[in-house]
Design a protein around this ligand. Structure first.
Ligand code: SF4
Length: 628
């Protein structure tokens, strides 16, 4: 069986064999599937192997799409193991964003639109030496052909290796990778290669691949909806316009300066009734009318685009181009989008931002799902699969839910309903109560403990007391940590595994997703409160939209996303068969019917007041002695 499905290991784990067979049947029957498979099942190999086996026999391409670079490596390693075990030649290409592959110094500092404009201008003007050494008169140069052949022999290669080889040879890694993609059996890439219309159209044209002949695996699919919404959202602010005016002055565009000042005036007059931290909806017409009062909207976009091209010949970035891009996106469709004007103070300055925001990711994902041979959306937290089926726009798809493969007796999951972080009940007394409760729980945890709060401000309000009550070393996560700072904090935390320290972090911060703390490095995760923020205007619009579309606005736009974030954070605790730990949800709302029903059945969640005895017994005598 394993050979038929190119499964590279000698044994399948619990659930893995079923997953392999199901996936093979899905692709064989040209169907789609959503898979919830918790950490430990080995879903990358169980999904990639049968897809590849079927694709090789049927002249299809497998796209393995993921939002994280670490997942690229896992997919590549699986392919290397398949190649070794079955002596199977596999052409696999690893792609990251073009600007991250670009060897031009400073290119990765530009935002995506700026980079796209810069790269286009450089190529068209014949100014990029990497491109000219790669492609001449639409054909590969002799040198590029030679290096391409050398790379082919080494595949599958990590994208970093391809970048290194090409940079050394002064070739464009992106262009060479696209040529390689033409013959590829597997393409490992970020979501936006297929889910951003601008990139996907160009990518398919250049790689000569087609969606119809592709099996698309979406890894960490719980992130796909928000990623697409971000991709399809555009913004402009009074700051962007100010920079564009400065640019117009630099390039001596007197007429344009006047027009840009009028755009700034238009924005300011639309926001005149807003105070700091306020926001309101703006219609397409309101903004267009303001611009049209002074000059023709479409002609103005053309003028901005024309000047931006001139600017990009001299510099990498054009704010005039950003204004043009926004004005043209503003004219986009209404259905599935909203338009918001918000006003806040940033660095002591007024910041007025107008945005055209996507609410419905299926605007993009549905087209991919409907065209591809098969789409497999998988994740360790794709619960409930029915919600993702709706919001991503699957018209038909199977739903597969796998239980946690690790022994249930190794995990104690408790709801302690003694406190709450509900907005109306937030006060010093409540903070103190939570801090006391946390310190009391931590006393009986024999090792490291991670706390996840809904926000930094709430964490700090509670930490004021907690740091007085808790005798252990406390490591506080700061916002926007760099990779290096994050690694060093984790290293320090791990060094406390014997005496036990506390990592005090935030659900939306650096530690709730994508980190592994196996074995004795983490003994307990405590999620404090529900990570629900008071719904801002965008969330209210999303609730309205999903109410109209599915009758489930609050669930899809508010409650479930918060619950999923909490679940994601608890996933840091048990990462292997032998890990043993406690997961605690500290808020009375978790025992409410609406939230309780969201826990997957294999979570075995218990509501518990006498937590201390239970935790002690669990670590001393095992799960059976607690609830046996
Ligand atoms: S053509 Fe290649 S090397 Fe040149 S700017 Fe674009 S991505 Fe960078």
């Amino acid at each position: 069986m394993f050979k038929e499905f190119l499964f590279p290991y000698s044994q399948a784990r619990e659930g893995q064999d079923d997953l392999i067979l199901s996936i093979y049947n899905i692709v064989k029957n040209k169907k789609n599937v959503l898979v919830h498979a918790p950490t430990g099942i080995g879903k990358t190999a169980a999904v990639l192997s049968p897809c590849l086996a079927y694709a090789l026999k049927n002249d299809l391409t497998v796209f393995f799409l993921t939002s994280r670079h670490t997942q690229h490596k896992i997919a590549l390693d699986t392919l290397k193991q398949i190649r070794e075990k079955f002596n199977q030649r596999i052409i696999a290409i690893d792609l990251i964003g073009k600007k991250w592959m670009c060897p031009v110094k400073g290119a990765n500092k530009l935002n995506s639109t700026e980079f796209a404009d810069y790269c286009k201008a450089q190529r068209e003007e014949g100014k990029c030496e990497f491109y000219s050494k790669t492609i001449q008169k639409n054909k590969l140069t002799v040198k590029a052909k030679k290096i391409l052949a050398e790379i082919k022999e080494k595949l599958p290669l990590d994208v970093e290796d391809v970048i290194k080889i090409c940079s050394k040879e002064k070739l464009c890694p992106y262009e060479l990778s696209l040529i390689l993609a033409n013959k590829a059996d597997v393409i490992i890439a970020d979501y936006y290669y297929l889910f951003n219309p601008l990139i996907s159209n160009l990518f398919f044209k250049k790689s000569k691949k087609s969606l119809e002949k592709s099996i698309v695996i979406v890894d960490e699919a719980h992130n796909l909806g928000s990623r697409i919404r971000n991709l399809l959202t555009t913004k402009i602010s009074n700051w962007t316009i100010k920079f564009a005016i400065k640019e117009a002055k630099k390039f001596d565009k007197k007429e344009l300066i006047e027009k840009l000042v009028k755009v700034e005036d238009a924005l300011l007059s639309l926001g005149a009734d807003l105070d700091y931290s306020e926001e309101k909806l703006i219609s397409k017409k309101e903004f267009v009318d303001k611009i049209n009062q002074n000059y023709d909207y479409d002609e103005f976009i053309a003028e901005l685009e024309f000047t931006a091209e001139e600017v990009l010949q001299e510099q990498k970035k054009s704010f005039i181009g950003s204004v043009a891009n926004f004005l043209s996106n503003w004219l986009g469709q209404d259905e599935g989008f909203t338009r918001i004007l918000s006003f806040k103070e940033v660095k002591g300055q007024p910041f007025l931002s107008l945005s055209y925001r996507c609410l419905d990711p299926s605007i993009m994902s549905k087209a991919v799902i409907d065209s591809a041979h098969s789409v497999i959306a998988m994740s360790g937290t794709l619960v409930p699969t029915s919600m993702y089926k709706d919001i991503l726009g699957f018209s038909s798809a199977e739903e597969k839910n796998y239980r946690n493969p690790f022994p249930l007796k190794n995990r104690l999951s408790l709801i302690i309903p003694r406190t709450t972080t509900k907005y109306a009940l937030r006060n010093e007394e409540q903070y103190k109560k939570i801090a006391l409760l946390l310190a009391d729980i931590i006393k009986v945890i024999p090792g490291n403990c991670a706390l996840f709060f809904p926000s930094y401000s709430l964490r700090d309000s509670i930490n004021k007391y907690f740091s007085l009550f808790c005798l252990r070393h406390i490591l506080l996560e700061k916002p926007n940590l760099t990779k290096k700072e994050k690694a060093s904090l984790l290293k320090e935390f791990k060094s406390y595994k014997d005496e036990g320290a506390v990592l005090s972090a935030v659900i939306t911060g650096s530690f709730a997703e994508g980190i592994d703390l196996p074995g004795d490095f983490l003994k307990a995760v405590i999620v404090i409160g529900l990570p629900l923020e008071p719904p801002d205007l965008e969330t209210r619009e999303l609730i309205r939209y999903y109410d109209k579309k599915f009758g489930k606005g609050w669930d899809y736009a508010y409650i479930l996303p918060a619950f999923i974030k909490a679940m994601q954070a608890t996933g840091r605790c048990i990462r292997s068969e032998t890990d043993k730990g406690v997961i605690i949800f500290l808020d009375e709302r978790y025992k409410w019917k609406n939230y309780l029903k969201c826990f997957p059945p294999d979570f075995n969640i218990k509501i518990c007041e006498k937590y201390k005895e239970k935790i002690k017994d669990f670590f001393q005598y095992g799960w059976g002695s607690v609830f046996g």
